[in-house]
Design a protein around this ligand. Structure first.
Ligand SMILES: NC(=O)c1ccc[n+]([C@@H]2O[C@H](COP(=O)([O-])OP(=O)(O)OC[C@H]3O[C@@H](n4cnc5c(N)ncnc54)[C@H](OP(=O)(O)O)[C@@H]3O)[C@@H](O)[C@H]2O)c1
Length: 247
């Protein structure tokens, strides 16, 4: 099931900076007619509006707040592609103090945020004749790192939910794409100290457009991610993406 972004109307959560901003610009570059920049503070998307005019429409959307996400879905009622990019990372190991509270906070944004977005926007996409939902997961969805293990746990959970969305929504013509970047040069990447090894957010953005066109479920966009993706390929194909019934 492939999806061409040309001529489509999209919404990107966390569009104001980092990977989300690159995705917004790449979608417009690939011919999307309008992108809703779904951000906590609409004024934070002002530079995108200045650059792209009415092709970028800021809409208030805090993915940790159900009412806010539902209101954004009411506003963006013509959307066909939703990219749930918004996420947080706290540098916290599982045995440090406050690790449980930190994981709860990360789950609220990274996991319940995805569920809020899917619950609010799947009916909209279906009503508009089908489309796609893209979720920014991570290499950390597949492999934990002790330095920020609570984040890794939240990204493992969001990957699990993404798999279930594929099963639940693709029969209704809603394509699901699970994106697994490695270290990317953004504020989040700087916070973890990724340094020069980090790849560019533009590579993730272009990878999403290409993977949607190719109809893929998993995307490993950057150089480190591609290595992991190659090692994971057999499990992905034979287990995650296989037809498997338990009932
Ligand atoms: N950078 C990496 O190395 C890397 C690797 C793998 C996966 N990822 C994932 O890629 C996504 C984007 O990461 P990034 O590196 O671009 O991060 P970033 O530079 O920290 O930007 C995070 C974005 O998410 C938004 N956001 C956070 N909480 C939100 C909420 N409750 N509601 C709405 N928006 C919210 C932020 O908005 P504000 O400006 O309002 O804070 C910001 O736009 C995340 O899901 C991240 O987990 C990143």
């Amino acid at each position: 099931m492939s999806f061409d972004v040309k001529g489509k109307i999209a919404l990107v959560t966390g569009a104001n900076r980092g990977i989300g901003k690159s995705i917004t610009e790449a979608l417009l570059g690939a011919g999307a007619t309008k992108v809703y920049a779904a951000v906590r503070r609409p004024e934070s998307a002002a530079d995108l509006v200045e650059k792209y005019g009415d092709k970028v429409v800021p809409v208030a959307c805090d993915v940790s707040n159900t009412q806010s996400v539902n209101a954004a879905a009411d506003t963006a009622a013509d959307v066909q592609l939703v990219v749930n990019n918004a996420g947080i990372l706290r540098v916290k190991g599982a045995i440090e103090s406050d690790a449980i509270e930190t994981l709860q906070e990360e789950i609220d944004t990274n996991v319940y945020g995805l569920m809020r977005v899917a619950q609010a926007f799947a009916p909209v996409i279906k009503k508009n004749g089908g489309g796609a939902l893209v979720q920014l997961n991570s290499l950390a969805s597949l492999r934990s790192f002790a330095q920020f293990s609570t984040y890794c746990a939240s990204k493992a959970a969001s990957y699990s939910i993404t798999q279930s969305l594929r099963e639940a929504l693709e029969p209704f013509n809603v394509k699901i794409l699970s994106v697994h970047p490695g270290p990317i040069k953004t504020d989040m990447g700087d916070q973890v100290g990724f340094g020069d090894a980090a790849d560019s957010p533009e590579k993730v953005a272009q990878g999403i457009i290409d993977a949607l066109a190719a109809g893929e479920f998993h995307l490993f966009p950057d150089s480190m991610a591609k290595d992991v993706g190659a090692a994971y390929a057999s499990f992905a194909e034979n287990v995650v993406e296989s037809e498997m019934s338990v009932a």
